[in-house]
Design a protein around this ligand. Structure first.
Ligand code: G
Ligand code: G
Ligand code: NA
Ligand code: MN
Length: 263
């Protein structure tokens, strides 16, 4: 069991690393962006999953520190893969426009200063905030829609893109969805992973894609594990896909190899 002291130590020693999972267009397979996912390998305890340490960080006031570390690390990485140097190595410039998705805890939305810092980190690296997608889970985005509205509107005005993660598992009303300034809906992977076998899952996916289209939002399906599901999503005109079929979350040193093989 990892304790909060272990986590503090990991933050101090820089032991929280990142994996990057590609997001592609359903129809063409072209790369659109990467989602940064936090990883913690404890020297003695081994791999500790984010489902364990993210709630630990949230419950002990460490989440903003973690979010900042994740942000700085991934912005450094994004600047690196966006460089002319990298473009020369992979023979093209597409990576200069790729998006970076970051998972943001509901807790952190209460901290306006955190996002001023994140914006400054973008500026320091010459990265347009338009390339940064902040993912909030459906439940956290809708939790306190009136207070979130101010923060979210401000983030949107600063240029950040906003995404609702795990969509379909919470209880958003149409009114909330229309009012909050989101640019993307991510269909929860539990529906996508069961699409082949469950008519109910397919019904949920169809409705979310349709809803996204009506509201002018991008729809992304996460948890795409096989070609049949990807074909189905393409048929529905779902915009983007993410999942093991395309790629598992990759350590930074493997991303360029993946990209070269994939293109
Ligand atoms: O990487 P994995 O698929 O196991 O992620 C499990 C959960 O942890 C997901 O809900 C994911 O959103 C969350 N998660 C991963 N990295 C981060 C992070 O940097 N910040 C927050 N808040 N959540 C994260
Ligand atoms: O809550 P969030 O959407 O951020 O969670 C992302 C999590 O989903 C990550 O932990 C990632 O490892 C996992 N994931 C991504 N693609 C797939 C997939 O195709 N299948 C499964 N089972 N998990 C996936
Ligand atoms: Na996510
Ligand atoms: Mn999700």
């Amino acid at each position: 069991e990892a304790s909060v002291e272990d986590l503090e130590e990991a933050l101090t020693l820089g032991h929280i690393r990142l994996a990057y999972q590609p997001k592609v267009r359903c129809h063409t397979g072209t790369i659109v962006g990467f989602e940064a996912l936090a990883r913690w390998h404890h020297p003695q305890l081994g791999f500790i999953p984010p489902d364990i340490f993210i709630p630990l960080a949230e419950d002990h006031g460490l989440i903003d520190r973690l979010t900042l570390q994740v942000t700085e690390q991934s912005l450094d990485w994004l600047a690196d893969i966006s460089s002319n140097d990298t473009a020369r190595r992979v023979g093209q410039h597409v990576l200069q426009d790729t998006l970076l998705s970051l998972n943001i805890s509901a807790r952190s939305l209460e901290n306006g200063e955190l996002f001023d810092t994140i914006l400054q980190h973008c500026r320091d690296r010459g990265i347009a905030p338009q390339r940064i997608v902040l993912e909030l889970t459906e439940t956290s985005a809708m939790q306190d829609a009136t207070t979130s509205l101010d923060t979210l509107t401000r983030l949107r005005l600063q240029g950040f893109q906003l995404s609702i993660d795990d969509f379909g598992t919470g209880y958003s009303s149409m009114v909330q969805l229309v009012r909050l300034p989101f640019s993307e809906l991510k269909v929860d992977k539990r529906f996508v992973m069961t699409a082949n076998d469950s008519e109910e899952s397919r019904a949920v996916i169809r409705s979310v894609v349709e809803l996204g289209r009506s509201l002018g939002l991008n729809t992304t399906a996460e948890g795409v594990e096989d070609q049949e599901t990807l074909d189905y999503l393409d048929e529905l005109k779902c915009d983007l896909a993410q999942g093991y079929l395309i790629s598992r979350p990759l350590p930074p040193e493997k991303v360029l190899d993946w990209f070269i093989t994939h293109e």
